[in-house]
Design a protein around this ligand. Structure first.
Ligand code: PXG
Ligand code: PLP
Length: 446
């Protein structure tokens, strides 16, 4: 087969492929596929060999950059040594070692780790832990779960229910009962072009107090928020907001869960976003960067007192009837241990803090471009919000994504918001390259 015949055959097989792509425009995509074939460092390469700078760390997960030799070698060695080990009533050493190393990096007081395989599983696991914890303590009347408008907590039933993105919820029926939502914190009128945390909006946390008055606090088990809501367009918490949520939860005996699927693993310049903001939740959900995305994995971290609440029954009893076939999978643990080595050897868990000032300057320099109505940033994350086209919201964001790919940068978009979060190994000159492409793309958009 010659080159042309081969590429036509590939195109035909993609257009008719059985693959139902997740969260994608299947028909549109299959007619004009955008494919990656290889990755290294901060770059992807298309099947034709074109280099594309990874502006979003895959999906906010490849924090140490792609195909890091140490992580690759660890996974290769593990798969040839022991492919799988049952996690229920059996163990393998790497699972215990990895949990202990994670606990050492966690905020003070957070000392125990439960493994899952994704952020979505972490969220549903944490919600179940919250309900069960209250019940263990004789407070089984705490059944309500509070999320926030515009929150993203993955796609399982619990996470979809506490999530606050309408399009992700509306076609899935009643979801989970007993869920309510606080208002989101996005306020362009007061906070547009904030650098780091916006000044206005701490009082939005009082929405939790309002829900406490409505439902009675004794019915509420937990509140879950992303410290920075990244998927929904990088909503940075106003100064004082997270502190206020913590206060209200303490006052009413409600558990506070921080969903750190994205904000952990150095994205904000600390191991966990909780440490960056100086607010400690009761439970933390995470995933993604925990293994540098090499092997799927997630985790729920919890305070010692939550763990201890489960340890009061007879010794022969299973303390938590919950877990996944692949919890603490040997390949994931091997990848995770090697990932922590790379993070620590290269100082990647604090590097975003060193780059944040430069990153912020480069991001906000896009302010003069047409249709830019907001720029926000924190750690090594930035978003550019574009005015929607009249009658066609979301098309400007999608066009930016397409054009950037053509120009050599992979960037995420949600509606008309562009989100940037490159691997933490990125160099200043490469930050310049990324923003040069974004500038050209946004400048050329109708
Ligand atoms: N919680 C948060 C805060 C997340 O960001 C999840 C839970 C779910 O994790 P899993 O591993 O089940 O996908 C996420 C995931 C995007 C994007 O483009 C963001 C996520 C996933 C896919 C795309 O912003 N976040
Ligand atoms: N469905 C069936 C029929 C199963 O047997 C299992 C696990 O044994 C599951 C679902 C759950 O799968 P996992 O543990 O991979 O989440």
């Amino acid at each position: 087969m010659n080159e042309r015949a081969r590429s036509e055959a590939v195109a035909h097989s993609i257009e008719n492929s059985a693959f139902f792509m997740p969260f994608s425009t299947n028909r549109q995509f299959k007619k004009a596929p955008r494919m990656f074939a290889r990755a290294e460092g901060i770059h992807y390469y298309t099947p034709e060999g074109r280099q594309v700078i990874d502006g979003t760390s895959g999906l906010w997960c490849v924090n140490a950059g792609h195909c890091r030799p140490k992580i690759v070698a660890a996974v290769q060695k593990q798969v040839a040594t022991m492919d799988f080990s049952p996690p229920f009533q059996m163990g393998h050493p790497a699972a215990f070692e990895f949990a202990d190393r994670i606990a050492k990096l966690a905020p003070k007081g957070i000392s125990r780790v439960f493994f899952t395989n994704s952020g979505s599983e972490s969220v549903d696991t944490a919600l179940k832990f919250a309900l069960a914890y209250h019940r263990m303590r004789g407070e089984g009347h705490r059944m309500r779960l509070i999320g926030r408008e515009r929150g993203y907590h993955g796609v399982n039933f619990g996470g979809t229910a506490v999530g606050g993105i309408v399009g992700n919820r509306k076609i899935f029926g009643a979801l989970v009962t007993g869920v309510d939502h606080m208002r989101h914190t996005h306020d362009l009128a007061k906070n547009a072009f904030s650098r780091g945390q916006p000044k206005h909006g701490a009082e939005l946390a009082d929405d939790l107090e309002r829900l406490c008055q409505l439902h009675d606090p004794s019915t509420i088990a937990a509140v879950i928020v992303e410290p920075v809501a990244c998927s929904t367009g990088v909503l940075v918490p106003p100064v004082g907001y997270l502190e206020r949520l913590r206060e209200i939860c303490d006052k009413h005996g409600i558990l506070l869960i921080f969903d750190e699927v994205i904000t952990a693993w150095g994205r904000l310049g600390k191991p966990f976003g909780s440490q960056f903001f100086g607010v400690t939740p009761d439970l933390i959900t995470t995933a993604k960067g925990i293994t540098n995305a090499t092997v799927p994995m997630g985790a729920v971290l919890m305070k010692e007192e939550i763990y201890q609440a489960f340890m009061g029954g007879p010794e022969g009893a299973i303390e938590m009837p919950h877990g996944y076939t692949y919890s603490a999978h040997p390949l994931a643990c091997a990848a995770g241990l090697a990932t922590l080595d790379v993070y620590q050897e290269e100082g990647l868990l604090t590097r975003a803090g060193e780059l944040a000032g430069y990153w912020e300057e480069q991001a906000h320099a896009l302010k003069d471009l047409p249709n830019v109505i907001d720029i926000r940033n924190i750690g090594l994350v930035a978003a550019v919000e574009l005015a929607p086209r009249l009658g066609a919201p979301g098309t400007r964001g999608f066009d930016a994504h397409l054009k950037a790919f053509e120009q050599g940068a992979y960037i995420r978009y949600t509606g008309d918001i562009i989100a940037l979060a490159p691997p933490l190994i990125i160099q200043k000159a490469e930050i310049d390259q990324l923003f040069a492409i974004v500038r050209e793309v946004l400048g050329s958009l109708a």
